[in-house]
Design a protein around this ligand. Structure first.
Ligand code: NAD
Length: 511
């Protein structure tokens, strides 16, 4: 493993992990070294420097200085920098994707897919840099013109989760940059190496183009550093991705200073499988959704709500498919399921299984921790399936692991009610060939989630759409559509080109 990591770092041209480039990357002060372990084999893969208070203060100060310069670069010129970042990511796709897979434990395919997502959002942001449109309005006063324009906010803090260690950063950062902001990224303490790799890849582009130091900053650290960002009034917008527990803490701290936040939190995603579904297609969507990334996607399928008439048939198909799953090293393309992120995640998985059993769940595919030569990290678990009642507490809780809950329904109204009756509201889907069912599911009386799909599972999304969810998922939207507006402030401008000063609403004020 050590040689493999050295090889990847060489491909990425990273000579020293804790000695970065100059582009705002104050994380190179070689102090507070913390060991990072791969869930693939449990080996220590790096010692990473976590930021001290002094490093934090210097970084924020540098970011503030950079903002004053960067906001004056024309947006299309900022877009050109992002275009070059996309090119640099293309050049390093294979190595960076492999590193994502090593450090986080997702399959190599998914690691490469994550880097592709970064490239795609760069392409999107380049176009966006010429489309930061505001509206023009008709003034009620003669010879007046009214319009709105969008200005950057300042320093955008980005807190990311371990499961998408790099893509979520680009979803935020490249949009924030074309909008004229500077970014301070705090990656998950479980996956800082991929963040360092990204910072080093892009810093070359920044240096070549003489982008001011501080436009892209990286601070490695744990939740204490995240809390610091949340309390800091110099952080104009804090975009935080992670658990609902974290989101509630961040929201309170940012709200206390009346700051702006954007939250992307937990999901509890369901697929409704109708009597009129294509069951073979549904099977692929359900199984990939439940076991892909070992159930560690915010959009992972956690619940299947199955029509009673096809319940038995579909259950048999599921059990058969689970019997064919290969669990092992995620870098081996033969394997479908890799490890959980760490032993703490394994403990939460085991606890959820016990809770489910205690609440009356019936496991039709049993779970458990795998042991043996391939599984030395202790992080490999068996994807499992439980028959449950929708009201069980555990079914309403997001467990970040491959546990799938299945339940029956009679009418579509009942299925939609079950689907919506959880605290989270991220992703949802219906599998049906019936147009009326599909339209009802998408209507105001249907899914209450930020993402609602027809004949596609819950897992994964394209960058072109706005991504995010309702209720305890936090309400934020990132990535495509008009999500860029969250990174800017709106200003309404009225210009009087007459020789009078008429007041609004016809008010008379003679002096
Ligand atoms: P986590 O909440 O433990 O940590 C996420 C990040 O928040 C880390 O960088 C961590 O250091 C930081 N953090 C933790 N507590 C904090 C606090 N009090 N103040 C400030 N920062 C704090 O989550 P995780 O285990 O890394 O990721 C899994 C969770 O993330 C799941 O709930 C998943 O659904 C969610 N997630 C959501 C999305 C989405 O777009 N909705 C995407 C990916 C992951």
């Amino acid at each position: 493993m050590e040689n493999k990591i050295q090889h990847i770092l060489q491909l990425l041209n990273i000579k020293e992990i804790n000695k970065g480039s100059s582009t705002g990357s104050h994380w190179f002060y070689g102090e507070n070294l913390t060991s990072i372990f791969s869930p693939v084999d449990g080996e220590e893969i790096a010692k990473v420097s976590f930021a001290s208070k002094e490093v934090y203060d210097k970084t924020v100060e540098q970011a503030e200085k950079a903002f004053v310069i960067w906001r004056n670069w024309p947006a299309p010129k900022r877009g050109e920098i992002v275009r070059q970042i996309g090119e640099a990511l293309r050049a390093h796709k294979s190595a960076l994707g492999t590193l994502v897979s090593y450090e986080m434990g997702k399959s190599l395919q998914e690691g490469l897919g994550e880097v592709q997502e970064m490239i795609d959002i760069c392409d999107f942001a380049v176009g966006l840099s010429r489309q930061l449109y505001g509206l023009t309005m008709h003034s009620e006063r003669p010879q007046h013109r009214m319009y709105e324009q969008w200005h950057p906010l300042g320093a955008v803090g980005i807190i990311s989760a371990f499961n998408f260690p790099v893509a979520v950063w680009t979803w935020n950062a490249v949009l924030a940059w074309v909008c004229g902001n500077v970014c301070i990224w705090k990656p998950s303490e479980k996956t800082p190496l991929t963040a360092i790799a990204c910072q080093q890849i892009i810093s070359k582009v920044f240096e070549e183009n003489k982008v001011p130091e501080g436009v892209s900053c990286l601070l490695c650290g744990d939740s204490i550093l995240g809390e610091k960002l949340a309390r800091d009034s110099k952080i104009a917008l804090l975009s935080a991705t992670g658990s609902t527990r974290m989101g509630k803490a961040v929201a309170q701290a940012v709200a206390a200073r009346l700051g702006k936040y954007l939250l992307e939190l937990g999901g509890n995603n369901a697929i409704i499988i109708s009597a009129e579904a294509d069951l073979d297609m549904s099977l692929i969507g359900a199984v990939f959704g439940a076991v892909g990334t070992a159930g560690q996607r915010c959009t992972s399928t956690r619940r299947l709500i199955i029509h009673e008439s096809v319940y038995h048939t579909f259950k048999e198909k599921l059990v058969k498919a689970y019997g064919q799953l290969k669990i092992g090293n995620p870098l081996d393309e033969q394997n479908h399921v890799g490890p959980l992120i760490d032993k703490q995640a394994v403990a939460l998985y085991l606890a959820a299984i016990e809770k489910c059993k205690a609440q009356g769940g019936n496991f039709i595919v049993e779970g458990g921790v795998l042991s043996g030569e391939v599984y030395t990290s202790g992080c490999y678990v068996k994807p499992c399936i439980a028959e449950v009642e929708p009201h069980f507490d555990i079914v309403k809780t997001e467990t970040f692991a491959p546990i799938l809950y299945i339940m029956k329904y009679k009418s579509l109204d009942e299925a939609i009610a079950i689907q919506n009756d959880v605290p989270q509201g991220l992703s949802s889907a219906i599998m049906t060939n019936n147009l009326r069912e599909a339209e009802l599911f998408l209507s105001v009386n249907g899914s209450d989630c930020g993402i609602a799909n027809v004949n596609i599972g819950t897992s994964g999304a394209e960058i072109g759409g706005a991504f995010g969810g309702e209720k305890e998922t936090g309400g934020g939207r990132e990535s495509g559509s008009d999500a860029w507006r969250a990174y800017m402030r709106r200003q309404t401008n009225t210009i009087n080109y007459s020789t009078q000063l008429p007041l609004a609403q016809g008010i008379k004020f003679d002096i």
